[in-house]
Design a protein around this ligand. Structure first.
Ligand SMILES: [Zn+2]
Ligand SMILES: [Zn+2]
Length: 402
């Protein structure tokens, strides 16, 4: 069964704010840990919160394999890195991902804060093995987890991450400003529409919510969201839970509590069932995607795709569930789903329609290859429309319709 465990190590934006007035929501800058069901470790950003995460890891046996996903290299998102103890452990493997910068490489940006005038150990002197990955929009995999990226609207190249394991999705989107100021929940700008599509149906959304609407009036163009925007965009995207994140350094615990209450009221007033809360340092959540009536069908699909080594194998779910979030589950990881009552001919034409849509270049399809359930066929190309035709031709029920 797929799930993602989430732990907040730093929730503050811009600058650390230690002290008794921020003890509840925390004073450390951005850092969120995600553990996959296979125990892969993904760390989102390395603000000062990563220091405590490093200390926690060092209590267990190392060395470690860590995937560090950085949204952008503004200081509040990288300043904890020099104090991340696992990076000082020989044998530890650090895979660091961040958006491709305009003028400096990721390595240069990270090493800047570790030059001798600022820090005694240079980046290149760290004994861990570090691999750098510069990202644009697209997707990649960490073990069984799919990571999708999309540019955000910020003052530096910044990306959001959408992390999916089976049918469970967590989106991490911080340091982002609305493309268009909307107060009534409508989003006419294509940038906001793209943003909504990227966040669609996430089980947990961690979203920039730095300003009140009043504060935002003097901060337009600073690259951050209002709380109302985060709430409205989450509702528009059909998100299940929203964590308000990147708290402004001027907001103490009492202020954040008040803003959280106002956000809940905004949700209530619209009749939405979005669960909204302010992210707090130390908070731990287990996130799990929706279930189908007869168990997790999406997990079953996931296993088939894994077994056939085809992560994008088209799947049509046949279901008798007509309403509710269970259908959503099918929608998330399958190409299509068909609800009872339906006839075999309807099913066949749905498959035909799908193939016509996704594989227009039939004439260029690769030669048919045998599909063996025990393993992937050797001659099917890894990408391109031909592979879908191969797969469907090998399934007897569809052969009659060719
Ligand atoms: Zn920031
Ligand atoms: Zn920033």
């Amino acid at each position: 069964m797929s799930f993602l465990k989430v732990r907040f190590w730093g929730t503050r934006g811009s600058v650390p704010t230690p002290g008794d007035k921020t003890a509840i929501y925390g004073g450390n800058t951005s850092c969120v840990e995600i553990r996959t069901s296979d125990d892969d470790l993904i760390v989102l950003d390395c603000g000062t919160g990563i220091r405590e995460l490093g200390r926690e890891l060092m209590r267990g046996p190392g060395p470690f394999r860590i995937h560090l996903l950085i949204g952008h290299t503004h200081w509040d998102h990288i300043q904890g890195f020099p104090f991340f103890m696992p990076a000082f452990m020989p044998g530890t493997e650090l895979n660091i991902y961040a958006p491709l910068g305009f003028q400096r490489s990721l390595q240069e940006s990270l090493s800047g804060q570790m030059q001798h005038p600022y820090f005694p150990v240079e980046l290149n002197d760290l004994p861990s093995r570090i691999h750098y990955h510069e990202l644009e929009e697209g997707f990649f995999r960490i073990g069984d987890v799919l990571v999708e990226t999309q540019y955000l609207n910020h003052t530096a190249p910044a990306i959001g991450y959408r992390i999916s394991s089976g049918n469970t999705t967590v989106a991490y989107v911080t340091d982002h400003e609305s493309y268009w100021l909307s107060t009534n929940g409508s989003f006419p700008h294509p940038g906001d529409q793209r943003h909504i599509a990227f966040l669609r149906n996430a089980d947990l959304l961690v979203h920039d919510a730095q300003y009140t609407c009043e504060e935002y009036k003097t901060k337009i163009g600073w690259g951050h969201s209002t709380i109302d925007y985060a709430v409205d965009i989450a509702m528009a995207a059909g998100v299940k839970r929203l964590a308000l994140f990147h708290h402004d350094p001027t907001h103490n615990d009492a202020t954040v509590q008040g803003l959280e209450a106002a956000a809940r009221k905004r949700v209530e007033d619209t009749g939405s069932d979005l669960d909204v809360f302010a992210a707090a340092e130390g908070m731990q959540l287990e996130v799990q995607g929706p279930r189908l009536k007869d168990g997790l069908a999406t997990d079953f699909i996931y296993q088939i795709r894994q077994k056939t080594a085809r992560p994008e194998l088209p799947v049509i779910v046949l279901t008798d569930i007509h309403t509710g979030s269970d259908q959503l589950s099918a929608e998330l990881t399958s190409i299509d789903y068909l609800i009872t009552p339906f006839s075999p001919s309807m099913l066949r034409s749905r498959v035909h329609a799908w193939l016509a849509r996704s594989a227009p270049a039939r004439s260029h399809a690769a030669p048919a290859a045998p599909v063996d359930a025990a393993g992937p066929p050797s001659v099917v190309p890894p990408h391109g429309p031909g592979r879908y035709l191969e797969i469907s031709r090998a399934v007897p029920v569809f052969q009659a319709s060719w």
